[in-house]
Design a protein around this ligand. Structure first.
Ligand SMILES: [Zn+2]
Length: 63
């Protein structure tokens, strides 16, 4: 297995080149959510709306 590029130090500028990532500039599919998705996020929703992931708590207390 030969890695042509190391994960770190890759001069990726997020330009209009298609890459192996899932695309930059995507937005959560939740209607009123404008959270940008990480290009490493393979889902269609942000972390808060991702159905299969545990929602992150942002200062909210969950009993
Ligand atoms: Zn969302």
């Amino acid at each position: 297995m030969a890695n042509e590029r190391a994960i770190q130090g890759t001069p990726f500028k997020g330009a209009d080149r298609p890459s192996r990532s899932f695309g930059a500039g995507r937005v959560c599919r939740e209607p009123h959510c404008e959270t940008r998705l990480s290009m490493y996020n393979s889902g269609k929703y942000c972390y808060e709306h991702e159905p299969m992931s545990v929602p992150r708590t942002r200062g909210k207390k969950i009993a």
